[in-house]
Design a protein around this ligand. Structure first.
Ligand code: HEM
Length: 636
């Protein structure tokens, strides 16, 4: 890293709100990337390749017929199986009478996370049989999964019959999962009674680093006797996706979901385009810029069609510096409490750019005739964006038309034509609002009384639930508002977790940002779990306009190590306060009202919540608790 920093200092990427000149030495990218440790690259490259090849963790069945069953035997036997390097996916008693019972264990190999080969299974059963004999009389055997053919699967398409699907050579009962599907019930039901293989060839995020394969295997009920032919690689819908910078941290590649590495995050306030985080839902659409047409229509408008040239020549070019953040940023911290259903992002699912384009409000008002009077008269509530990749999302009309909302139809990113990867030729930038509403490759904009259709707006994908909600059957998801503005966020980028520091003062650096244009007013750091605090110096981004502070603020601090912590493990934590000071006010109220100490979820001492537990939610969204980094201090 030392080499990287020195190299980076020699090459300049400088841009600021005050100075709109962008100086980018193109060699910076290659050199700063080259300066990342090669081993890091290799391991990322390997992990990127291996996750694409992940196979479903196929499981095997071991049955234990017990002569004299007794309470607790099932869990004792489960422990025995675990010692044989088996992962237990499920353990249940399938039949029992007065004296005899049959225990069923669904197992996988612990090391490979996959099913057991015939030899390995036979060997495991022998070992398990011997060990179980110490616990109870009976016999143990391996059993094949029940076999079904595609015609059997096709008979199960309703909750009453059970909803079955197949994947490769497995059959799965997904009846209870359908309501919990992050991609929406409509999408998953397309595959009811069928093979999901062709659907997952389009939505390959299921076979990436999320937990879809694991979820699927937990629903296995049998083997498929007539599995579909292996994928035809030439028809891969992702084959025309652009080449990607190897410095990114890849979670999926088809579609691409990759985060900005911490090592490059603070090198430039405007994130260089090639290392910008990527959150795709589909393949990157191929678009000839001359053929590109944007349709603007809907209630209260007169429909217009605009080319890229029209946008560039008929409207003033505007520039907005904005940070975008994925709603699932820092999800991996919530996953440590209990696995959620999404990409396990670190804190790099956010980046910042200077976007160039035209104000959406000027196109809507001056070209499509959506005046404030028409908004009232036609009861327009939402502006819907449709991407050429079939992504769809909407924002409230107030944000779209506000003279202070700065919503942009962007065709430039950091002074260059918008890259294909980031939505070329035109994308939407909705500053201060969750990343998913910033629709790329936008082809249609519609004024509407209803919000957008689809899983990203109406499904559970970007909706929050209480930590108690683990099961969505019976919950009216439509009534839960979809995410728009994001809450205040901050993270310690340097030093890295696990590193060793030697000096008496620790140099700490990071970023802070808040949704809704709320600027960062303070960042606090603590080495004693919040008993005492040190205030960081705000750097780039601190002078943004009130309520239009769309970009992140960098900060740094020199934190003295107290004698009591010298030579010990130290946890540094940070929290940011935005211009709304909201939770600080809530805290004061809670303390005045409560006679007994407030419960952990209410005892937040800063604008960011203290702990992740009260934030946990099924989809792992909006993780913005105090950021903690553990390091070791080495005393001389
Ligand atoms: C049958 C078993 C299935 C399981 C266990 C499953 C599981 C999941 C999970 C865990 C996610 C969240 C992924 C993430 O946010 O990274 C997801 C998203 C999604 N799923 Fe599925 N899924 C299944 C079937 C399907 C089918 C058959 C389709 C399509 C017809 C589908 C379409 C989608 C879509 C469109 C998303 C949203 C992707 C995104 O926003 O990037 N899923 N699914």
């Amino acid at each position: 890293m030392a080499i990287s920093r020195r190299l980076v200092q020699r090459f300049q990427w400088s841009a600021s709100l005050r100075d709109s000149r962008i100086v980018l030495d193109r060699t910076w990218l290659c050199l700063s990337a080259a300066a990342l440790a090669w081993s890091d690259y290799e391991s990322r490259r390997r992990s990127r390749q291996s996750f694409c090849e992940t196979e479903p963790g196929r499981s095997s069945i071991i049955k234990f017929r017990v002569d004299n069953d007794r309470p607790g035997l099932l869990s004792e036997a489960t422990e025995v199986l675990k010692k044989q390097h088996l992962n237990i996916k499920d353990a249940r008693i399938s039949t029992a009478d007065d004296s005899r019972a049959e225990h069923v264990y669904i197992v996988q190999d612990k090391l490979s996370g996959a099913g057991l080969s015939e030899d390995r299974l036979a060997q495991a059963v022998n070992q398990v049989r011997e060990a179980l004999r110490q616990l109870a009389a009976g016999d143990c055997r391996a059993e094949p999964w029940p076999r079904y053919c595609s015609a059997d699967v096709a008979k199960h398409t309703t909750p009453e019959q059970g909803i079955w699907v197949s994947y490769k050579d497995g059959v799965y009962d997904i009846t209870k999962f359908v309501a919990n599907h992050p991609g929406g019930t409509d999408k998953i039901m397309l595959a009811a009674g069928k093979a999901i293989d062709p659907f997952w060839r389009i939505y390959q995020q299921h076979t990436g680093r999320g937990n879809a394969l694991e979820l699927l295997e937990s629903m296995r009920i049998g083997d498929l006797s007539d599995p579909p032919q292996a994928d035809d690689r030439s028809s891969c819908p992702f084959s025309t996706d652009p080449e990607r910078h190897p410095g990114l941290i890849f979670h999926n590649n088809k579609p691409c979901n990759a985060e900005l590495p911490a090592e490059l995050m603070l090198d430039a306030w405007l994130t260089p385009n090639p290392v910008w985080f990527i959150r795709h839902h589909h393949p990157v659409p191929i678009m000839d810029h001359d053929q590109y047409r944007l349709v603007v229509d809907g209630v209260g408008t007169k429909s217009v069609t605009l080319s890229l040239e029209d946008l560039k020549s008929r409207f003033l070019k505007r520039e907005v510096v904005a940070t975008l953040q994925c709603g699932g940023n820092r999800r991996s911290e919530l996953d440590q409490i209990e696995k959620t259903s999404g990409i396990p992002w670190g804190f790099g699912a956010m980046s910042t750019a200077k976007w160039g384009g035209v104000y959406l409000r000027e196109v809507l008002q001056h070209c499509a005739g959506l005046s404030h009077e028409n908004v009232e008269a036609f009861e327009v509530k939402h502006i819907i964006f449709k991407g050429l990749d079939s992504m769809e999302a909407s924002i409230p009309v107030q944000k779209a038309l506000s003279p202070y909302g700065d919503v942009l139809l962007a065709y430039e990113m950091n002074g260059e034509s918008l890259p294909k990867e980031h939505g070329a030729p035109v994308r939407i930038i909705v500053p201060g609002v969750v990343g998913v509403r910033n629709v790329k490759w936008v082809g249609k904009i519609t004024a509407s009384q209803e919000e957008a259709q689809g899983p990203w707006q109406r499904g559970i994908a970007y909706k929050g639930f209480s930590p108690n909600v683990k099961e969505l059957t019976g919950i009216d998801i439509e009534k839960i508002p979809s995410m728009q503005d994001l809450p205040v966020q901050s993270a310690i980028v340097f030093p890295k977790a696990g590193s060793t520091v030697e000096l008496d003062d620790i140099e700490v650096k990071g970023f802070a940002w808040s949704g809704g244009g709320r600027g960062i007013v303070r960042v606090d750091l603590s080495l004693d779990d919040g008993k005492t605090w040190i205030t960081a110096d705000l750097q780039d981004g601190k002078d943004q306009a009130y309520n239009r502070a769309w970009a992140w603020t960098f900060w740094e601090a020199s934190v003295p190590v107290p004698d009591s912590l010298k030579g010990k493990d130290i946890t540094i934590l940070c929290r940011a306060v935005d211009s709304a000071y909201s939770s600080l006010a809530a805290k004061v109220r809670v303390q005045v009202v409560a006679e007994r100490p407030p419960c952990p979820s209410m005892s937040q001492r800063g604008t960011q919540p203290e702990r992740p537990e009260p934030l946990w939610n099924l989809r792992g969204l909006n993780c913005n608790c105090w950021h903690r980094v553990s390091i070791r201090h080495q005393d001389d």
